[in-house]
Design a protein. Structure first.
Length: 97
């Protein structure tokens, strides 16, 4: 099974870092592929290089919005991107904080 976790984020880098670390820990014994797509809603904070220990996560990808559009628009944009570009069995939308 292939899961993609979709996380919209706006200026909450530290919460995202903690969430990704917890996801990485919780999936360690699962026998499936789990990737994360983060939709950055035009944050002023840098959202790169914050994932030191992600050995259980297959990939983490960041999509940067050009302007702040809100939580719902980020989820919609992320879903569109995933349906057009990724192969998956399930998508799990999740809050970044």
């Amino acid at each position: 099974m292939k899961y993609i976790i979709l996380i919209p984020i706006f200026n909450d880098r530290e919460s995202l870092k903690i969430l990704i670390e917890k996801i990485n820990y919780e999936i360690k014994d699962l026998n499936c592929d789990i990737s994360i797509v983060v939709v950055n809603d035009a944050s002023s904070e840098q959202i790169i290089d914050i994932y030191p220990n992600t050995q259980n996560i297959q990939s983490i990808e960041i999509i940067n919005m050009k302007e702040n559009r809100g939580h719902t628009r980020c989820i919609a944009s992320g879903l569109k991107y995933i349906f057009e570009k990724k192969q998956f069995d399930y998508v799990i939308p999740m809050d970044g904080d």
